[in-house]
Each structure stands twice: as C-alpha cells, then as structure tokens.
Design a binder for this molecule. Structure first.
Ligand code: F0G
Length: 458
C-alpha cells in the first residue's frame, strides 16, 4: 500500500478553540455591525481571515526568540536576517520594517510622487492605498483569464504584456517609477506568476528603462507553482527557481508574515546602494534605526530562520496540498471557487454562489457573515467593500470579482478543520437561493474602509 501524505511536523503546543451557538453568533455579528474585523477571536471557531502573521513557528524559530539580540544598533539578529536574505534571494541590502505596508510606506516615500503611475498585476489593497495616498495611480494589467473563476489557467497572476505596453504608451515611462509584480497575486486568488511572464515583463521593462519591483509576500508559494506547473522546472529546486525569479528584479519588498513564517515582520531588499541610503532616511523617521526597522531582535532572528524553512519543498508541498484539499472538498459540494486553487487561500465566487444578491449590496460580505453564523468560520471579503470608492470621483467601484477569501494559516489547522469549513459552506449553498438581500453601509472611512466599516442588513 502507498503510504498517505502526512505533514512534515508534529504538535508541541496547543491552543484552545471556543464554541458558541449559531444564535449567539448571529446576535454577536449584528452587535459588531456586520464587520468581521470587529469580532474577538474567541468568538471564532476556524479563523481563516488571513494567513498573515497567523502561522505556527517551529522549535528552531522559538529558539531564535531566546537568542534575540536586542541591541539598538548592529544587533546580531539583524546580521542573521541579512545573511538569510542574501543566501536565498541574492540581494545585497536589506532594510527591515515591522510589516509589509511599512515597507511600502518607506519604499514609495522614496520613489513614488504625485501624478505617477504604477502598472502591475492586481496590486494588494495596502499597495494600492500607499500609491493612491501619494496621489499616484495603480493600473491593473493582470491577464483577463484571472477574472473568470471558472477558467482553468496555471498562472492567473500573469501580467498581460499588451495591457502593460498600452499603459507605458498612454502615460509615458517618465511617469512610471517601477512595474510591480506581486507573487503570488493575492487579489486575484493567490494566483502564481510564471517565470516566462516574469522574464517577458523584465525584457519589456529593460527596453523601456523602467525598473521591475516585486511584492514577494508569498514568493515561495509562487516558486512551488512554477516547479509543479511550468514546463522545464520540475527538476529545479525551490531555491534555484527563486534565484531565477529575482534575476532581473531591482527591488523586492516582503510582508514576512506570510512566507517568512513569522507573526510580525517585513523588509525591503535591493542591489542599489544609493536607493538603500535614501530608504534609511525614511526608516529612521517611520520605523526605527536602520538595523531593526520596527522589528525586535528576536523577531529578526525568527524571520532569518523562517525564511530558510519557507523554501523547503516538503513544507511547501504540505502547505499547498492542504489548501488544495479544501478546494477539492468545496468543489465536490458545488461551491464555486477560483480555479485552479492558489497558494494560500480559497476564494469563493460570491456572484455565482449568491446570484440573487446585487453587487451593490456586498454579496461577498454577506457570504462571510453567513459562514460566521453557520460555523464560526471567519473569512474576509475581497470585493466591493475592499475596492473602496474611487479617490478622485468618490463613486463606488465595482470590481470584476466579488470573492470571499478563506485564507489558511501556516502549520495551524488539520484536515478535519478543512472538512468542517467545507461542510459549513455546503450548508450555506443549500439555502443560497433564499438569500436575496445583502447589506448597506452606515459608516465608512475614506480609505481602506473594509477594516472599520459599519453595516446593517437590508
Ligand atoms: N502585499 C501583499 C501581496 C499582501 O498580501 C499583504 C498583506 C501586503 C502586501 C501588506 O503586508 O499586512 O504585512 O502590512 N496581506 C494580508 C492579507 C493582510 O490578509 O492578505 P502587511
């Protein structure tokens, strides 16, 4: 008999899960204005709100916590982090930050100005937020296939070269500080970008003299998909693929809370000494001295180790298989998801799952509310709420996709948890025809409104 796949780790410490009744959850979610961010975590049974900072660290990482050097300047933990980044990614300079959006703040303070345009594959919301905050514009050049959840395409995170060329032509390269490639592309479903596409984008960028930057929160998962889906890479190691991914990239920034396998942290890594020096000015103003940038020594040590574990094939294989397992289960119950399944999350297509709820009534948010009441499963809306109003016109922006994301924390849940989540969604599917009205906004912020929005049922 072929032995079944098992995770390449076992449990040393456990956390309790608390159970409430459906009635208690229905009352609670109303009390917190139908905003899933307002729930205390002990009111959640399976928390799939994000895979960001929610993973379990290894015993080696916990050992690094004890070894943390908390010196204000020049801590050994900082040098461990630099050595680890250089070893895996090949960049000379590393500027630590407390998380990904802090890296965006520092990097964009140095390179983005009013009137600029940043083309790329569907920018993450904080990336877009930091671009728009500087009165610049993020233009989405993702391939069309990404926006139809029923189309099978191995690299739905790819950039459409024609769209990219059109943007360069329309705005002129002087207004484009960099082209942004996000790996994997969170916003369209944790979908990978192929090496062929990275190469084509880099060639075009080189011809135009525009630098290529990468948002590498989930770069190791992207490398896993290149190894398992792209022709010619099955025999290459994850590390070799990572080297090739970054070959023609000038700057990367990372929310290390994802593939860095830590609960907090981030960094910018680059080759250019002059730009690194410029970043240092902003790091000191916004984050702290340049050798810690908002991270504690122990957090940098844990990250140095987490980066190494994050590119191990066995770890990645287990991780992506678990996400795929939930995907298969959901599909077997007829739940419409972004297909093929991406790296870190399942994206349920709320337009297809709740066809009777108009997009103006936030169907993906409604689906999230239903999942919470039904099983205490907490996901996050990636739809009209997240899209924010247009900062210039103030009009609602309706994205092509209305998704509920169920993101899987790393090394935290087991397969029975996945079965539980799938059953929760199947129960909602059964009554989906009766769900005809959604939600309306009673209070919202101007930017990144989904975190604090207050809603009521229509
Ligand atoms: N870029 C990508 C692709 C991300 O997914 C995130 C965060 C960030 C940048 C910002 O990093 O949170 O460390 O400040 N994504 C989280 C998520 C929040 O739930 O997907 P951060």
């Amino acid at each position: 008999m072929k032995l079944p796949h098992i995770p390449p780790y076992k449990t040393k410490v456990v956390e309790p899960v608390y159970f409430k009744t459906k009635e208690e959850r229905a009352a609670k979610i109303k009390e917190v204005n139908y905003n899933l961010f307002n729930l205390h975590s002990d009111w959640v049974v399976v928390d799939l709100m994000t895979d960001s900072g929610t993973g379990a660290m290894s015993e080696q990482q916990w050992a690094e916590i004890m070894l943390g050097d908390e010196s204000y300047a020049g801590s050994e933990s900082y040098f461990k982090l630099i050595r680890s980044v250089r070893d895996i990614m090949g960049f000379e300079f590393v500027a630590p930050t407390h998380q990904g959006r802090a890296a965006e703040n520092i990097l964009f303070s140095a390179v983005v100005k009013e009137g600029d345009v940043v083309p790329g594959n569907a920018h993450f919301d904080t990336t877009k937020g930091h671009i728009e905050f500087r009165k610049a514009k993020a233009v989405d050049c993702t391939i069309d296939e990404a926006f139809d959840t029923s189309i099978d395409h191995p690299f739905k995170g790819n950039i459409d070269l024609e769209k990219l060329e059109a943007v360069i032509k329309e705005y002129g390269k002087e207004r484009i500080p960099f082209i942004n490639i996000t790996v994997t592309c969170n916003t369209v479903g944790g979908q990978p970008v192929s090496l062929a596409n990275i190469r084509e984008v880099s060639e075009l960028a080189n011809r135009e003299g525009i630098p290529v930057y990468m948002d590498i929160a989930r770069y190791a998962e992207n490398a896993y998909f290149i190894k398992t889906r792209e022709v010619g890479y099955s025999d290459k190691s994850i590390r070799e693929i990572v080297t090739e991914m970054f070959q023609d990239v000038q700057v990367v920034w990372m929310s290390a809370k994802k593939d860095g396998l830590v609960n907090i942290g981030g960094f910018i890594a680059l080759h250019d000494a002059a730009l690194y020096e410029k970043l240092g000015q902003f790091t000191i103003i916004y984050e702290g001295f340049i050798t810690y940038g908002g991270m504690s020594g122990r957090a940098m040590g844990a990250l140095a180790e987490g980066l190494q574990e994050g590119v191990e094939f066995d770890y990645l294989n287990d991780r992506v298989q678990q996400v795929a397992y939930l995907g298969e289960k959901l599909k077997s119950y007829g739940i419409p998801i972004q297909d093929p399944v991406g790296g870190h999350a399942l994206y349920i297509d709320a337009k297809r799952m709740l066809p009777n709820v108009p997009q103006s009534q936030f169907p993906a948010q409604l689906l999230g509310i239903e999942a919470y009441i039904e099983g205490g499963v907490r996901g996050v809306e990636i739809g009209t709420l997240l899209a924010d109003k247009d900062p210039v016109t103030g009009e609602e922006r309706f994205p092509e996709m209305e998704l509920l994301r169920l993101a899987i924390p790393r090394r935290v849940y087991s397969l029975p948890h996945m079965d539980y989540v799938a059953a929760t969604m199947a129960n909602i599917k059964e009554k989906s025809a009766n769900l005809t009205t959604g939600l309306k906004i009673i209070k919202q912020a101007d930017i990144l409104r989904h975190f604090t929005v207050q809603l009521e049922k229509i």
